[in-house]
Design a protein around this ligand. Structure first.
Ligand code: SF4
Length: 639
């Protein structure tokens, strides 16, 4: 029986009758309000009262869809998609819909905990955030003082930060930059760095945006769009729109008969990790049968069609059949269809890139789009559109000395860190760690060789002080000396932007409800810790955290965004959750439409835009025409 509403059957019948009366009194407007067209409103089915609606950005996965949380009597009772959000267009996935269970998880850590027994023994004492930040500040200050005394900035790298899901809008990097430490280790190398490394050298950005809804032919390798693939909620909608509304053909390669196979016109099950053989054979057919886009290859790549024909000579469909098990005749037929149906696109997030030679597989799949000239076309394979938010000035200078943690010099091509090496580097004495901080991270459970991480955490000689910001107890947090819990994502502030639509957007995460129990968001913990490390500002650290609280910090990150201030600035985002508003989302077609019901088109052909003088400032042009800045490719010289 529900402890809040003890009820007999008789009571239930009485309530049922009165609820029906309320419903009928509210009439048709109640029903209409439940339609997406009037999204953003919700009513209690018991009292009929309008629920408070607070926009937020989801963080159950890394897609960062926009939602509206409905609050009744101070409690979040329901989450729905934000109907004004261009990315997820009013819809959340099942995980996103149930996200408020994170907030009300009965096993949440509701106050800072100080270890009292042996490490990992499970003996804790509840303390206040004031006590917790005082202790953390003292440990950090000890390293900083030692570094100043020895005049050795490398000592700062003994302050180590390891994160799993970091959606702090650069907050952790700012904090570590202020500490003067470069020892930051993310999780990307056990996640998607193989995809990023496959794309970045030739493409610039680390991902693609497949324009599924406008395509006529989608060739998907291992990206299970309708179930799990990256951007799956936004992309599943667009793929279905493309297949059903635009009558696109969908060909799907996946060793499993995954959900996406169910909506495909054709499904092939290659041997795992052999997609690249199929892709190279398709490229072989396209080049040999002169189905390629000659002008695009000559203008936008550093090879000629003749060189490609020669390079692909041995990758015949028969070779691919032997490698993958997919019949050569099908590979030939699909290559011809794909090259002659316009527009077309591939998608592969995260399929073959997670198998052996994943980066090469990813680069080969992208090549199909390049040789057929489907780049940056409506319905084609497009550059991702993100919208940057700012980092308030003054900005901390960052660590002066590189740290080998996460970026071992022995692996110069392994960008995006090599976090799997971290415990070995510390255990071998190649890196020293005096203070370890972890954030939304659980390597003792989720990493390969998790027992090695566990052994490192247990050893107080290797890790003399370990602070975790985890909101939950975990296989890793159990070894911390101090747990300073962050809130859940519905009780905190962050700026957001992800390329989940071809129209770029900025989103907000805000406190839908005040943090539960005795918890506070990480940004507040960070500000308090810095104020205790550098109370009078003489270390020069405090100036970077001159914010009253986490919300003021995020507000400062949205300042100076062109056009946002005119629309109402930060307060617009608090009210609407996402900016800009491109139009209204048609609940039937899913398209963003203007007042006349006409689609608001996305912008295509971004690669044709000339780089501005500001973008070129500090850039260099390499012999092959690639324009580089800050280690990244930002453009291509075409004349
Ligand atoms: S796909 Fe969207 S709604 Fe689902 S968990 Fe990820 S961000 Fe949330």
């Amino acid at each position: 029986m529900n402890k809040h509403f003890p009820m007999s059957r008789r009571g239930f019948l009485k309530l049922g009758g009165s609820t029906a009366a309320v419903a009928s009194a509210l009439g048709a407007s109640r029903l209409e309000a439940m339609e997406q067209e009037l999204g953003g409103k919700d009513f209690s089915p018991v009292t009929g009262k309008l629920r408070e609606a607070v926009p937020y950005t989801c963080m159950v996965c890394n897609i960062e869809d926009g939602g509206i949380a409905y609050v009744e009597d101070g409690r979040i009772v329901k989450l729905e998609g934000n109907p004004d959000h261009p990315g997820n267009r009013g819809k959340l996935c099942a995980k996103g819909n149930s996200g408020f269970l994170h907030t009300y998880d009965p096993d949440r850590i509701m106050t800072p905990l100080l270890r009292t027994g042996k490490r990992g023994e499970g003996q804790w004492k509840r303390i206040s955030y004031d006590e917790a930040t005082t202790l953390l500040a003292a440990k950090l200050r000890e390293v900083i003082d030692r570094s100043i005394k020895a005049n050795d900035p490398a000592i700062r790298n003994e302050i180590v930060f390891k994160w799993g899901r970091n959606r702090t809008g650069g907050g952790i990097q700012r904090f570590m930059g202020a500490m003067g430490s470069s020892a930051m280790v993310g999780h990307t190398n056990i996640c998607e760095s193989s995809k990023k490394i496959g794309l970045e050298p030739g493409w610039g950005p680390d991902i693609e945006s497949a324009d599924f809804e406008n395509t006529k032919y989608a060739l998907i390798f291992g990206g299970n769009v309708t179930e799990t693939a990256y951007f799956h909620n936004p992309n599943a909608q667009r793929l279905v729109d493309g297949v059903v509304g635009n009558k696109a053909k969908l060909v799907y390669f996946d060793p499993r008969h995954a959900n996406t196979a169910k909506i495909a016109d054709e499904w092939f099950a290659p041997f795992p990790g052999t997609d690249v053989a199929i892709v190279l054979a398709m490229a072989h057919v396209i080049m040999n049968e002169k189905l390629y886009d000659d002008a695009f290859i000559r203008t936008w790549t550093n090879v000629t069609p003749e060189q490609l024909v020669a390079h692909l000579k041995s990758y015949t469909p028969e070779f691919a059949e032997a490698e993958s098990g997919v019949p050569a005749r099908d590979i030939r037929r699909i290559a011809r269809e794909y090259a002659t149906t316009k527009p077309a696109t591939t998608f592969s997030y995260r399929g073959p890139c997670k198998h052996v030679y994943g980066s090469y597989q990813e680069a080969a799949i992208q090549m199909l789009n390049v040789i057929t000239g489907n780049i940056e076309k409506k319905g084609g394979y497009c550059l991702p559109r993100g919208m940057g938010y700012g980092q308030p000035s003054p900005k901390p200078p960052g660590g002066k000395v590189p740290s080998i943690l996460g970026a071992p010099p022995a692996y110069p091509l392994a960008g995006h860190q090599v976090s799997t090496h971290m415990p070995y580097q510390i255990m071998k004495g190649d890196a020293k760690c005096s203070v370890l901080m972890t954030y939304y991270d659980n390597p003792a459970y989720t990493y390969p060789s998790s027992h090695v991480w566990e052994a490192m955490y247990k050893d107080e000689k290797l890790i003399p002080f370990f602070a975790s910001f985890s909101p939950y107890m975990s296989e890793t947090a159990q070894y911390a000396d101090l747990i300073i819990p962050d809130t859940t994502y519905l009780e905190r502030n962050d700026p957001e932007s992800m390329p989940s639509d071809l129209r770029p957007w900025l989103g907000i995460r805000q406190q839908v409800i005040k943090p539960l129990g005795n918890t506070q968001e990480w940004r507040d913990t960070c500000i308090q810790t810095v104020n205790k490390i550098d109370p009078d500002g003489t270390l020069g650290i405090k100036q970077y955290f001159n914010f009253k609280n986490g919300e003021e910090w995020v507000r400062a990150q949205f300042e100076g965004i062109p056009g946002l201030k005119e629309d109402g600035g930060y307060d617009y985002l608090k009210k609407n959750g996402v900016w800009p508003k491109y139009g209204k989302i048609d609940p039937v077609t899913g398209q963003i439409v203007d007042k006349n019901g006409d689609e608001v088109p996305a912008e295509y052909g971004l690669h044709l835009k000339e780089l501005s003088a500001a973008a070129m400032d500090g850039a260099s042009v390499e012999a092959n025409g690639a324009i580089k800045k800050g280690g990244k490719t930002i453009g291509v010289r075409i004349n």
